[in-house]
Write a protein that binds this ligand. Structure first.
Ligand SMILES: *Cc1c(COP(=O)(O)O)cnc(C)c1O
Length: 381
């Protein structure tokens, strides 16, 4: 008799005891900035749809048009018959926008990250990651044959010590950290990598579309070009999927050896088509980024004096509560007032740093953000 049943029961029970069981909510319309649930209306401060594109009429129309042009599914993996002119259009659009020779597409950011680390790293390599990197990167790193070291969050000196004198290393950081909303010191990290002849990989899931001129992201904002740039389409793009931006030769390599690309059904061509037109829209509609900046300053003004407030230059606004229960209670009381805000608990964040994670989108109004701020102050006051 396998040990699985016992293990499953024990793990579930342990989560429950710790008060860390997660629940899935069936929500209709929650890809919008406000939605209805159980006969009441909520303003949604929990999505990663920073630019408000998930329900945008032009984005929806482009997906419709893609369906008319290409049908529903891609039918196969890219190297078989799954790669259409829509996929090619998306790759070319991304290359031109972000200044890379190649873009390799993936159905998710999670698989893009895993694919790069698994296909690139050998057992003689050193992988050096910011310790707060996304689960997809951490997991791939610990399963890869390379030896992995973690540097203290955003600590360039610590990074430098770890890569000093190594033969072949890959440094991986996020552009914007998803749970803290802070930016990596990309310029200094890039310099250290150059000095140590390391490659740099930046996962810009939360920076692309939001930061930099025309939404080019965290790297362009500071004028660096890492060897590998991962952009994902589930956040500011309002859709899903991902691309790895790289050189011609690295692209050829990934197209041959990145298993999540080679052995997985290509994303639907209609989705690729919608993504290509959304990439254009993101570049053109600067008002969305300007609106976010306005909302950020409204939020900061309301909460600046509160314990646990952290100033960020992104639409991700953590409010550190400490214990999981405190964060849960705050989220619950905000829900009673019509604000949907997610409490983030361990193991997603380190123990003792449970938090409210407020995310702003270009579709919110200044009044909505102001009222949220006032309600948070009242609940904690
Ligand atoms: C969301 C996220 C991913 C995963 O991307 P998906 O497309 O949702 O699979 C990877 N890295 C970071 C930093 C993320 O925030």
């Amino acid at each position: 008799m396998p040990a699985f049943n016992q293990r499953i029961a024990a793990e579930l029970e342990e989560r429950k005891q710790k008060g860390l069981t997660r629940r899935v909510n069936v929500l209709s319309g929650a890809n919008n900035s406000s939605f209805q649930s159980d006969a009441r209306r909520y303003v949604n401060f929990s999505s990663n749809d920073y630019l408000g594109l998930a329900t945008d009429a032009d984005v929806v129309a482009s997906w419709h048009k893609g369906l008319d042009l290409y049908g529903a599914g891609s039918g196969a993996s890219p190297l078989v018959t799954g790669y259409s002119p829509a996929h090619q259009l998306l790759e070319e659009t991304l290359c031109e926008w972000l200044g890379y020779e190649r873009a390799i597409l993936f159905v998710s950011g999670f698989s893009a990250n895993q694919a790069v680390l698994f296909s690139l790293l050998d057992k003689t390599d050193l992988l050096v990651q910011d310790r707060l990197n996304h689960a997809s990167l951490m997991e791939a790193g610990s399963l890869s044959p390379a030896s992995m070291k973690r540097f203290k969050h955003n600590d360039v000196e610590h990074l430098e010590k770890l890569i000093d004198g190594t033969k072949s290393s890959l440094v991986v950081t996020e552009g914007v950290f998803s749970m803290d909303g802070d930016k990596a010191p990309l310029d200094s990290i890039h310099q250290r990598c150059r000095a140590a002849k390391s490659w740099l990989m930046v996962d810009d899931a939360h920076g692309i579309g939001v930061l930099g001129e025309n939404g080019e992201g965290s790297c362009s904002a500071v004028g660096i070009k890492p060897e590998l740039l991962v952009v994902t389409f589930g956040k500011a793009f309002g859709l899903s999927g991902a691309a790895v931006m790289c050189s011609e030769e690295t692209g050829d390599y990934l197209a041959q050896f990145a298993r999540h690309h080679v052995y997985s059904t290509a994303m639907p061509p209609a989705q690729a088509y919608a993504l290509a037109s959304t990439a254009k829209l993101i570049q053109e509609q600067n008002w969305r980024r300007e609106k976010l900046l306005e909302l950020q300053s409204v939020f900061d003004d309301e909460l600046r004096n509160l314990d646990g407030f952290v100033q960020t230059e992104t639409p991700i606004k953590p409010l550190i509560c400490g214990e999981a229960e405190t964060a849960m209670n705050l989220a619950r009381s905000l829900k009673e007032k019509g604000f949907w805000v997610t409490a983030i608990r361990p193991p997603t964040v380190p123990a003792g740093s449970a938090r409210l994670r407020v995310t702003l989108t270009a579709k919110h109004t200044c009044d909505e953000v102001k009222l949220l701020g006032q309600e948070i102050c009242r609940a904690l006051g």
